[in-house]
Design a protein around this ligand. Structure first.
Ligand code: SF4
Length: 308
């Protein structure tokens, strides 16, 4: 029996649902029941009758799954799966910024801890950030923690005063427009797709700027395009190739995706997933007050329609 088959058998025995983020290794994506972005996966978990959620992603995602599914056990198969962006903001640093901007409504990207979400007025994803900011009655916004996403959102909503926190996803932020330009120059007639966590000079060269979920729909919008340059973590290529086997996808860093490679996302292996199911490793818990506060911020966001 292959390890893939063993995992599927264990999942059935334990009434578990396996969720995998679009940035996981291809073999981890393939063993999952559902693949997608972090919030989409947590919402998927709400729809299933599974008792156990195995979240192949990073810690803040497993926390969100627990916040939205508090009665279920949520396992993160590799406890080393952290996130530099989520770590760039703490409860203490957010409180400090809130003191500096007391009249601002705090909009926090879901790539943050439950503790930080709980101190925020509302959450957003990269798919709905513009709609969330637009939907707010106040004109003063404190956007946390990703400064690239925040700057891009501020551009789309010029009628609001958007102050942006100084956090960043190093995987996206490492790319420069020069990397992208090199890839565009060596890849003829390609459509360029970029995630809004990328820097301004990278986004300026993109035909489409969107979340990972929306990226999976981009090739359908361009039926005549053969090649797509993709500026996000390289795991997304697996899902794109599965959906569009006759198209070509090139990672934008001019380095075969070696820099657009998140070490936290890629720390989880099939052996970890099997061990999680066998040994209940590693159960994610969220303190009650954080869970209640984070759920309020997430539910407020869910009431706002998505942009794309
Ligand atoms: Fe965090 Fe990695 Fe996602 Fe960047 S790509 S936000 S570091 S998990």
């Amino acid at each position: 029996m292959t390890i893939h088959e063993e995992i599927r058998e264990l999942a059935a025995e334990r009434n578990a649902v396996i969720l995998a983020h679009n940035y996981q290794w291809p073999e981890v994506q393939d063993v999952a029941d559902f693949t997608g972005d972090s919030l989409g996966l947590s919402l998927e978990a709400q729809k299933t009758a599974a008792d156990l959620i195995v979240f192949c992603g990073v810690h803040f995602m497993a926390e969100s799954a627990k916040v939205l599914n508090p009665e279920k056990t949520v396992l993160l198969p590799n406890i080393a799966a952290g996130c530099s962006l989520a770590d760039s903001i703490t409860a203490a640093s957010l409180l400090e910024w809130k003191e500096r901007y007391p009249e601002h409504t705090v909009v926090t990207y879901v790539n943050s801890t439950a503790e930080v979400k709980a101190l925020s007025d509302i959450c957003c994803t990269s798919a709905n950030a513009v709609s969330v900011v637009r939907s707010l009655p106040g004109d003063k916004i404190l956007f946390t923690p990703d400064r690239n996403l925040g700057r891009w959102v501020a551009e789309q909503v010029p009628e609001k005063d958007v102050v942006v926190y100084d956090g960043v996803c190093p995987i996206h932020d490492i790319m420069r427009g020069a990397d992208m330009r090199k890839t565009i120059d060596t890849t003829k007639d390609a459509i360029v797709v970029a995630h809004p966590e990328c820097r301004e000079d990278v986004l300026a060269l993109a035909d489409e700027i969107c979340s990972t979920t929306a990226m999976l729909g981009v090739p359908a919008k361009y039926p005549d395009a053969k090649t797509f340059i993709v500026a996000t973590e390289n795991g997304i290529i697996h899902q794109l190739k599965k959906r569009y086997p006759d198209r070509e996808f090139v990672i934008a860093d001019g380095c075969i995706g070696c820099r657009l490679h998140c070490p936290y996302m890629k720390v989880t292996t099939l052996a970890d997933v099997k061990s999680a199911l066998l040994n209940n490793e590693f159960a994610v818990d969220v303190p009650h007050d954080d869970l209640v506060g984070a759920r309020r911020a997430l539910e407020r966001m869910l009431a706002v329609p998505r942009d794309n």
